[in-house]
Ligand binder design. Structure first.
Ligand SMILES: C[S@@+](CC[C@H](N)C(=O)[O-])C[C@H]1O[C@@H](n2cnc3c(N)ncnc32)[C@H](O)[C@@H]1O
Length: 224
């Protein structure tokens, strides 16, 4: 009887721990979005979009890992038709409550999908892709296939504006790193072989955690 009682307690504790872990995991991006909502759009993307010509009314942009939509909004304001993609449905709950974004709803489509599961056949050809702090979250097993599909969808003369993370981006824990894609400067250049590089900047900064660094590349490139 005592043994069975202990066994039941162990099962209840295991279930509670699992629920707590799931809650923490599901709220991780939600907490991030709540903070992001009150921050401005990334300056790199603001400046990059100023450097490219204004679109035709039929031009299509894809915002990969759109989050709360800061960069989506920049694309809409510039005049693009925008496909905002994010794995987290909750990102769109934040995004689609923003009146400054919903005023453009006729030119906005949202797709809730992981990069890894994205069905590229459903996408139109693209005039510009924004990938702001997003594609390094692709599982390394899937990165090359994803990149090849993405490349094929970008029109000749279309733009890629985004980041890769150097392996020296050390603020993520080992578990997260194991499912993320990192690229050295040379590996990033290799990804861009069939693009003309319009701007390339290496950014390395000490993080708040001692001994840890953020280290990434900011890319503006045009498909040849
Ligand atoms: C660091 S945030 C960047 C958000 C925004 N682009 C920015 O620059 O602030 C990364 C975004 O990518 C999304 N994301 C992460 N992994 C993903 C995956 N495997 N597939 C699709 N979206 C993913 C997250 O949900 C999150 O909204």
């Amino acid at each position: 009887m005592k043994k069975r009682y202990k066994y039941s307690i162990a099962i209840i504790v295991a279930i509670l721990v699992t629920i707590i872990i799931l809650l923490i995991k599901s709220n991780r991006w939600e907490s991030y979005y709540t903070i992001k909502l009150n921050e401005p759009a990334r300056e790199f993307i603001v400046q990059a979009l100023k450097k490219i010509p204004n679109p035709k009314s039929s031009d299509i942009a894809l915002d990969l890992g759109a989050g709360v939509g800061h960069e989506t909004l920049l694309l809409l304001e510039k005049g693009f038709n925008v496909i905002a993609l994010d794995k987290q449905k909750i990102a769109f709950d934040f995004m689609l409550k923003r009146p400054e974004i919903t005023q453009y709803k006729d030119r906005l489509k949202t797709i809730s999908s992981s990069f890894e599961d994205l069905d590229f056949t459903l996408l139109p050809d693209l005039d510009i892709v924004i990938a702001s702090f997003s594609i390094p979250f692709i599982n390394p097993k899937n990165f090359d296939e994803f990149w090849n599909h993405l490349f094929a969808k970008i029109k000749s003369g279309g733009y890629f504006i985004g980041n890769t993370f150097d392996p020296g981006f050390t603020t993520f824990n080992e578990k997260d790193r194991s499912v993320m894609s990192f690229h050295t400067k040379q590996q990033t250049m290799d990804l861009l072989k069939k693009f003309t590089i319009l701007s390339f900047k290496e950014v390395k900064e000490a993080s708040k955690s001692p001994g840890k660094y953020t280290h990434h590349y900011e890319i503006i490139a045009q498909k040849k």
